[in-house]
Design a protein around this ligand. Structure first.
Ligand code: FCB
Length: 438
């Protein structure tokens, strides 16, 4: 890598990412119901007060500033804002406005997600995603939120990882609302694309010009058996459906998914054409796909074929795949934001190396013409990791879940050195100058 390829330009954004339910605490929504129904891997686990970010937001903005971040990704919790259908809670809207203004005053650009996995409890009963009423419901919610975003120049994300919501919640039945139904999944997919368009209309009506996109979970798919043509076909179709179909619809207005035997659809949604300003990438790992001769026809596995050791959750640490994914986004001809990338690392020792090798891929992709504008690390803090509960630790800051005390992990000094120095250095280089490692 040449010297230039080690440098991040001044306008490149380093930031951190969170989501409301995982950090705020005290939220009653579909996930709280799901937990009470014993649907997590550890059935007695609850999110509860999470890590109390709702009350400790000032402290947490300070922690982000301390690691050199200039952007902070949060989500608005629909269930706080519209606890009953059609009744909007002015105090909740005001509280979010106050928090976003404080964030901005601290020099952190707000990155605001409108929907990050969770729903008010009425949503699945009254307007689930596979019904057209879901689009109107989301539109009404976004209309209520739009005024609180005025003057913030926030980067806006309508939906976080819609394919995860759809595959987990509508096809596999693992996440709320727990359906396992191909046609419902495809109807819900189409409605989520339409909901994004509706959100865009509402936001533009109040804010004028917007910088809006979605965050897409993108996996680097590879055939489990390199010699098996059907594993290759599974990768081709699976990667298109999972990684690209949603963004493709937002760019071209054409929605296409082909997963034979599981779920397929084709729809023209002309209003969706050109409906995002950037491509949001959440990258974590590589997955091996295998064709199965019977339902569900596909199996996917994280493997450690390179002998690097899986992460605590059991994901492969595969930075090369991040580079591949970033290069694939070139097809859209739009700026790219890495809206999440991170590692669950209980001991905290692997994280600086993870960051180094993933940021290296960002620089390489930029050198190859991918317009990556920013990198948001998942996550600022250890937090509640959905079905996995309290086990995984993704935080730059370690959180003691009893006392809620936040303590820097070794990655804080590394992140700060790169974000402030604008140069990619090896973690060892930092360890050699102890004064830098506060
Ligand atoms: C992503 C989610 C985020 C977090 C990370 C680890 O899929 O968007 O909320 O759970 O995974």
């Amino acid at each position: 890598m040449s010297a230039d390829e080690k440098t991040f330009p001044r306008d490149f954004t380093f930031g951190v990412a969170t989501s409301a339910y995982q950090v705020e605490g005290g939220i009653e929504n579909d996930w709280a119901e799901w937990e009470r129904a014993g649907r997590l891997k550890e059935p007695h686990t609850r999110c509860g007060r999470a890590v109390d970010h709702w009350n400790r937001y000032e402290e947490d903005y300070g922690l982000a500033v301390d690691v050199g971040a200039s952007a902070f990704r949060v989500s608005l919790e629909w269930a706080r804002i519209e606890p009953e259908r059609g009744r909007f809670d002015g105090a909740a809207l005001e509280a979010y406005r106050e928090r976003l203004l404080r964030m901005k005053a601290r020099g952190l650009r707000p990155v605001v997600t409108l929907h990050h996995f969770t729903h008010p409890t009425w949503f699945h009963r009254e307007t689930p995603w596979h019904t057209p009423a879901s689009v109107d419901a989301f539109r009404a919610y976004v209309r209520a939120c739009a005024p609180l975003l005025k003057g913030l120049e926030a980067l806006l994300i309508s939906l976080n990882e819609p394919m995860v919501v759809l595959l987990g919640g509508y096809l596999q039945g693992l996440l709320p609302p727990g359906f396992a139904d191909g046609p419902k999944t495809m109807a819900a997919l189409e409605n989520m694309v339409r909901a994004h368009v509706a959100a865009r209309e509402e936001l533009q009506a109040v804010l004028g010009r917007v910088e809006l996109g979605i965050s897409q979970n993108m996996l680097c798919f590879t055939p489990d058996r390199w010699w098996h043509p059907l594993d290759h076909a599974a990768v081709r179709l699976g990667a298109h459906a999972y990684n690209h179909a949603f963004h493709e619809a937002l760019v071209t207005g054409k929605l296409r998914v082909t997963m034979p035997g599981l779920a397929s659809t084709r729809a023209e949604i002309p209003q969706a054409r050109g409906s995002c300003e950037f491509i949001g990438v959440n990258y974590y790992s590589r997955a091996h796909l295998r064709f199965l001769p019977r339902y569900p026809f596909l199996a996917f596995q994280f493997r450690d074929r390179l002998g690097r050791g899986l992460t605590d959750i059991g994901w492969e640490d595969y930075p090369e795949g991040f580079g591949e994914i970033l290069r694939e986004t070139k097809r859209y001809g739009l700026p790219v934001w890495v809206t999440e990338n991170g590692i669950d690392d209980r001991g905290g020792q692997r994280r600086p190396h993870f960051l180094h090798r993933h940021l290296e891929q960002v620089l390489a992709a930029r050198a190859q013409g991918v317009d990556v504008r920013g990198y948001l690390y998942w996550s600022l803090l250890d937090n509640f990791e959905w079905l996995e509960g309290w086990g995984p630790r993704f935080g730059l800051y370690h959180v003691d879940f009893d006392t809620l005390e936040r303590r820097p992990t070794p990655a804080c000094a590394y992140f700060r050195a790169v974000a402030q120095g604008r140069r990619l250095i090896a973690p060892e280089a930092l360890e050699a100058q102890p004064s830098a490692a506060r």
